[in-house]
Ligand binder design. Structure first.
Ligand code: ADP
Length: 403
């Protein structure tokens, strides 16, 4: 079965076409600048060179229509006919408290995704647009929604509730939801496979360190706590997001800098983190280069970044009552031996050591555990699209067989 995976943003569509016979990727690509006359479609059929097409693409329906044309293109295509696509899987950011797992999309599901817009005001409208655009391009093909929040719905109440007036939880669903759930779920399964252990009894700390970053504490394959909260702003320091700060900083800065709510939101989400502290960039490659050339602000930005990861690992080792493995994933986790080394150096009290030679690797699955380490340390490239394709196949196959 061919499964089409979509990740729709407000002005972009990322896609991958999977052949689920062997879980291989047949083609992948990206449409950027949707809504403009010079939108760019970059399409890469596996094993062949990429093609770039610039044209006017004013909405998601046109964008997905052009991607489908590319998939059947005589020269750049990978399938003969659109009817070969038997299911579509969508990444959806916020499933609120409603969705604890992936679901087949119907009108009630679309309404529920719409109901979650206040919780995910930037992403959920775009995700919904993607669903409607896919429906209008390939009507009748079943679609599945895979939520970034779903994996974290197993958190106990004492981990997901904020110490605020309870009425805010009841009235406005204010609580910790967590994000990157699809990635943490992939890591939980893959780490158990790599360690050749059943999920039952395994205590994992999964560190997803990309532009956004989060940590999850996973016991018996289930999330028991995670660092992102009501929104992706909480938790670790990130590329441009602050992560945890004293909430009183918000009123203090708004008052003294005379900022509106939107300006303060932008300051915390887009101008803080590595970028805000270093004044150089939110991109870890540039921060590392600046640290190595002796830049003081880059150095302190890097120090805060790795210190906060260590604090979360310490806290989650307590939450899990011990830790069997720590996993690094996503852009920084997969590609930065420097960051992994610095984090692990500071975890001596947990009995963590790493093998410097094995750690000297980028973008590959590798066990970097030191010989005398009490805790396993793994690098696992994440694969959220594959999880979406697997869920889609499973749900659509079950629906087809009448389960
Ligand atoms: P997103 O959250 O947008 O999916 P990614 O998972 O692609 O982000 O991660 C992007 C981050 O990974 C950036 O900070 C980038 O600098 C970092 N990164 C990528 N390659 C390297 C590398 N070789 N060394 C250090 N950081 C890297």
């Amino acid at each position: 079965m061919k499964v089409f995976v979509l990740n729709c943003g407000s002005s972009s569509v990322k896609y991958q076409l999977f052949n689920m016979e062997d879980e291989s990727v047949m083609a992948k690509g990206l449409v950027e600048r949707i809504g403009s006359d010079d939108a760019i479609l970059t399409h890469t059929p596996t094993g062949r060179s990429s093609v770039k097409q610039v044209s006017s693409i004013l909405d998601h329906t046109t964008a997905i229509g052009q991607v489908l044309e590319m998939l059947v293109h005589p020269e750049h295509g990978v399938i003969r006919d659109i009817s070969e696509i038997r299911a579509v899987g969508h990444r959806v950011l916020h499933g609120g408290p409603t969705f604890t797992q992936s679901v087949l999309i119907n009108s009630e599901v679309k309404d529920a995704i719409r109901d979650c817009i206040p919780l995910g005001p930037l992403h959920n409208p775009a995700n919904l647009m993607g669903i409607l655009a896919a429906e209008s391009n390939i009507p009748g093909v079943p679609q599945v929604a895979v939520f970034d929040t779903a994996f974290h719905q197993t958190m106990p109440k004492h981990a997901f509730l904020y110490p605020l007036p309870y009425v805010l939880y009841e009235r406005h669903k204010v609580r910790r939801y967590g994000f990157h759930g699809t990635s943490h779920r992939y890591i939980a399964r893959r780490a158990a496979e790599a360690l050749n252990r059943p999920s039952k009894g395994l205590r994992l700390i999964s560190c997803h360190l990309g532009n956004g970053a989060s940590v999850a504490a996973i016991k018996d394959g289930k999330c028991i706590d995670t660092s992102m909260g009501l929104t992706p702003l909480e938790g670790l320091m990130m590329g441009t997001r602050s992560g945890d700060i004293d909430p009183a900083v918000v009123f203090y800065v708004m008052k003294h800098e005379n900022l509106t709510i939107d300006e303060m939101d932008s300051l915390l989400n887009k101008h803080s983190g590595l970028l805000g502290v270093s004044g150089i960039s939110g991109d870890m490659r540039e921060i590392e280069a600046a640290v190595k050339s002796g830049d003081e602000r880059a150095k302190v930005a890097f120090d805060i970044y790795e210190y906060r990861i260590r604090k979360y690992i310490g806290a989650y080792a307590v939450a899990l009552d011990g830790v069997d493995a720590i996993v690094f994933t996503a852009g920084i986790g997969e590609n930065s031996p420097f960051l992994r080394q610095r984090v692990c150096e500071g975890l001596g009290f947990l009995g963590v050591t790493i093998d410097p030679e094995k750690n000297n690797s980028r973008g590959k699955e590798v066990n970097i555990t030191g010989e005398d380490s009490k805790v396993k340390v793994l690098v696992i490239p994440t694969n959220e699209e594959l999880v979406i394709a697997r869920d889609t196949l499973e749900i659509v196959s079950a629906a087809n067989s009448g389960n």
